[in-house]
Ligand binder design. Sequence first.
Ligand code: UPG
Length: 453
Amino acid sequence: MEEITSKSHVLVLPFPVQGHINPMVQFSKRLVSRGVKVTLITIDSISKSIPKDSNSIKIESIPHDESPPNSIDIFLEWFFTLISNNLREIVKKLSDSEYPVKVLVFDSVATWAIDLAHELGIKGAAFFTQSCSLSAIYYHLDPEISKITLDGSAVSLPSLPLLEKEDLPSFVYQSESYPALVRLVFSQNINFKKADWLFFNTFDVLEEVVDWMRTQYPIKTIGPTIPSMYLDKRLKDDKEYGSSLIKPNGETCMKWLDLKEIGSVVYVSFGSLASLGEKQMEELALGLIMSNSYFLWAVRDTEENKLPNEFKSKASEKGLIVNWSPQLDVLAHKSVGCFFTHCGWNSTLEALSLGVPMVCMPQWTDQPTNAKFISDVWRTGIRVKAGKDGVITREEVASSIKEVMEEEKGVMLKENAIKWKTLAKEAVDEGGSSDKNIEEFLSTCNALDLVSD
Ligand SMILES: O=c1ccn([C@@H]2O[C@H](COP(=O)(O)OP(=O)(O)O[C@H]3O[C@H](CO)[C@@H](O)[C@H](O)[C@H]3O)[C@@H](O)[C@H]2O)c(=O)[nH]1
């Protein structure tokens, strides 16, 4: 590994939700391990959940008097205004220090950050927390410029599998439900034109479209951003993400899993944002019981009231319900045989990196596309089928779990999952594709130092 002796200083700005903070903090740790100074920019209500200066990442936290707004549309504007009003001062302050800032790595949804970075005389790198395939889809289907007519039939795009309507990101067809989010996801395309680098939390062999994107833009794959001790083990202290916005019920989960047989437990989680309807929650709950497998289900406290009456006590022989799990430890546990997931990109990468087969129950945004890749491209999972009313029945839940846990198909899915686990480790290990991309990025940062010294 090349020794970085320069005084490179990189600012990292994640959007403040779990699924964006985790990968950007992990990327920061990889930079710090190579001698780079990294400062994470966030807001007070989030920074209290991130251990101060964890893994030598410095934190610049912006105070705010009012609580963050609950509505996503209002929150986006509130957060971006708060950051953009303060970022200039932060860069100026740090630039007067021994380690002047050279690069701002910003969450790809903070599209305004690139202009600010350039105005301040520093480089800007957009960090995409979703798959490269997803960005390619948004790129080709941008309503402002796309010549493709969306009429509900399958779409064929360069270096991507044929995508049926239900495989496309939900924002493509349901644009009226979340107008601000839809504007936001497509606005990310501006990064392709303006950013100095485009970082993707993926690895080269995982997505064919990476090669196609590379012919067009300065993209760098740097993932999977799973803590090193689960993959290459080169960062000895890197055992967890270290920034849980919800406190996990770790001991309870681990003790319970320790008592179960190898591969006998289904782990169920829908990440930090997805919210199921009451009917769907009931079908899922009853399907889990019907599957006859043991299950560990992370149900956030805001979702708990949707569980059927007395479900917890009825399920107590077979199931454990917690508000938040230490997901990496759970997926790495030998008792877990299957991950019943909403297919958030982090969960997807975690399952691939830890060799766990999946049952996919995507909800919205990128999750349907991730489910398509899991079931048809990487072939490490199957996707549940919804009934006419859009609800996935208890029978479907139970039979999908049985298919993965008990049937021949499950053996093939597990073999494929193990293959991807090996490839994920290779990508981040010394000389792997993601490792080399980080090295190359830092060599360029070094050159920036030489130019400005
Ligand atoms: O009980 C739990 C549940 C989740 N996690 C962690 O929380 C993260 C969840 O991330 P992800 O699987 O990506 O889901 P979301 O929280 O839903 O993430 C949002 O952000 C992702 C990245 O942009 C998108 O892919 C998703 O669709 C979007 O919902 C993962 O690292 C999990 O390990 C836990 O530690 N414990």
